[in-house]
Design a protein around this ligand. Sequence first.
Ligand SMILES: Cc1cc2nc3c(=O)[nH]c(=O)nc-3n(C[C@H](O)[C@H](O)[C@H](O)COP(=O)(O)OP(=O)(O)OC[C@H]3O[C@@H](n4cnc5c(N)ncnc54)[C@H](O)[C@@H]3O)c2cc1C
Length: 143
Amino acid sequence: MDLKYDVVVIGGGPIGGYLSRRFNEFGHSVLIIEEHDEIGRPFQCAGLVNPESMKKVNLHNSILKEIWGARIHSPSGIPVVIGNNSRIRTMSVCRKIFDEGVVLQAIKSGTEILKILSRSYCVEQMVLILGLEGSLKWDVQKK
Ligand SMILES: Cc1cc2nc3c(=O)[nH]c(=O)nc-3n(C[C@H](O)[C@H](O)[C@H](O)COP(=O)(O)OP(=O)(O)OC[C@H]3O[C@@H](n4cnc5c(N)ncnc54)[C@H](O)[C@@H]3O)c2cc1C
């Protein structure tokens, strides 16, 4: 199979999905390679997303509960309160809905997805960029 894309993202998680959409928005063609049948399965984590991140994806339908802090009850009976209900610190989300939503945004902006059957695939020529601010960049040429 001969496929040509500006960017190939390995893994259709929330980071891969968000990054793909951003690349699309800058006019690049993107392919996500994902090893699982379903986006958001298996569960990757507990699903706490902070308000700043939520603003970037606007997936409020995935929110299960807004969390302002915690009340910790010690054995001595003295409670310690962290935060207050005037400021939401984080949100508990359904990771399935959240992950799917992020990847769907990428698809809607032009990203394509390839489900691979095994982990052995071959990228013939690529530019590997590490570090979101482009601080590290290598040109990797195969062959
Ligand atoms: C127990 C636990 C609790 C956590 N709780 C939180 C939390 O509350 N809040 C939070 O923000 N973060 C939490 N995290 C971290 C969270 O899992 C990551 O921040 C988040 O999932 C990272 O997103 P990602 O897109 O980079 O990777 P992932 O969500 O891990 O997605 C990677 C994707 O790549 C695919 N993939 C991997 N290797 C390949 C391959 N070789 N070929 C093709 N596809 C591949 C996987 O199938 C997956 O779909 C937690 C992690 C753990 C383990």
